[in-house]
Design a protein around this ligand. Structure first.
Ligand code: SF4
Length: 320
């Protein structure tokens, strides 16, 4: 099949748009969508200058999504001194998994000349995920512990690295899955939170704001296209599933969405369009309810409880 835009051979077909694209036009289309999202979310502050650039910390796991995001942003801002990129890798302590994806991160960051920092659960909290899974004091899925620890370290180190923005490599499939899960669970507060945390366009961090603003500039690109982009550019991405991956419900939603997308191309895009509109409305409704944020009495991080979730999990782990 020929490319829709030129006479070269197509490497992909996007059923949701009807386009067949050759390698060059496919690459351009991925990059264009990321750049458009950066613009539309007003990611780059008008105040950023070459003398006083913005620092964008990217959660760099070494998987295809964060690797592609880092690569595209580097291409975009390589000649623009108003943005400084920093890759931040969290090492969970998962034998045979994170070590290999860490190698991918190091290779990518060195190849691009991007600053790269690594922090581990072991150094920060004195635990490794492999042991947490074995002890499992709260009788929970591995990801429930891991997600709490990761979010904590991403926030803490984004602050420490002086981040103006914290970026993650969530793709269109990830976001549509989360949206659908929130709908099906009837979790309106979570929809508001999701919207506020990373979907709602971008306002500058104001004085007194507790968190570094987050964004997901890859969220308009479907997962398969992210994988194809990484493959065509031979990017050093580590594509193996974590041995503790346990998000069974997300897996079900993922299969459901594949089927819907197959039968009704464009489903993921329409879910996200409606979800974002709804998110904006419920975000206003839930605005006042986040006013009771305080400080964790153990670690001082921002929380709605006396002791934050991370500290209570660590306490349970230590007690085993
Ligand atoms: Fe952690 Fe779960 Fe991701 Fe594995 S799949 S790294 S346990 S959050």
């Amino acid at each position: 099949m020929e490319c829709t835009k030129c006479d070269r051979e197509a490497v992909m077909h996007a059923a949701y748009s009807g386009a067949h694209l050759c390698e060059t036009h496919f690459r351009e289309s991925v990059e264009r969508r990321v750049r458009k999202r950066v613009r539309e979310d007003s990611l780059l502050s008008g105040d950023a200058t070459p003398e006083d650039p913005e620092t964008w910390v990217i959660g760099l796991s070494g998987g295809k999504d964060s690797v592609v995001l880092t690569h595209v942003l580097h291409e975009t801002f390589e000649e623009d001194p108003r943005v400084e990129l920093v890759g931040l890798t969290i090492h969970e302590g998962i034998e045979g998994y994170r070590d290999r994806s860490l190698e991918a991160c190091v290779e990518l960051a060195e190849g691009l000349g991007v600053r790269h920092e690594v922090v581990s659960y072991e150094d920060e909290f004195g635990v490794r995920m492999d042991e947490v899974v074995e002890d499992d004091p709260e009788d929970m899925a591995a990801c429930a512990y891991c997600g709490v620890f990761r979010r904590d370290l991403l926030s803490t180190y984004a602050e420490e690295l002086g981040a103006d923005k914290l970026l993650t490599g969530h793709n269109l499939d990830d976001e549509a899955q989360t949206a659908l899960m929130n709908f099906l669970e009837g979790d309106v507060a979570q929809i508001a939170k999701h919207f506020d945390a990373s979907l709602g366009g971008f306002s500058e961090r104001k004085e007194g704001d507790e968190f570094v603003p987050r964004a997901k500039p890859l969220r308009d690109v479907p997962e398969k296209e992210v994988a194809l982009y990484a493959h065509l550019l031979d990017l050093p991405a580590h594509i193996t599933e974590c041995p503790h991956s346990s998000e069974a419900y997300r897996g079900e939603i993922q299969r459901l969405l594949y089927e819907l997308e197959e039968n009704h191309p464009g489903t993921r895009h329409s879910i996200m369009a409606g979800y974002e509109e709804l998110g904006g409305i419920v975000s206003e409704e839930y605005d006042d309810r986040s006013a009771d944020l305080g400080e964790c009495e153990r670690c001082g991080s921002t929380t709605t409880r006396e002791v934050c979730r991370k500290c209570s999990l660590l306490e349970a782990i230590e007690a085993v």
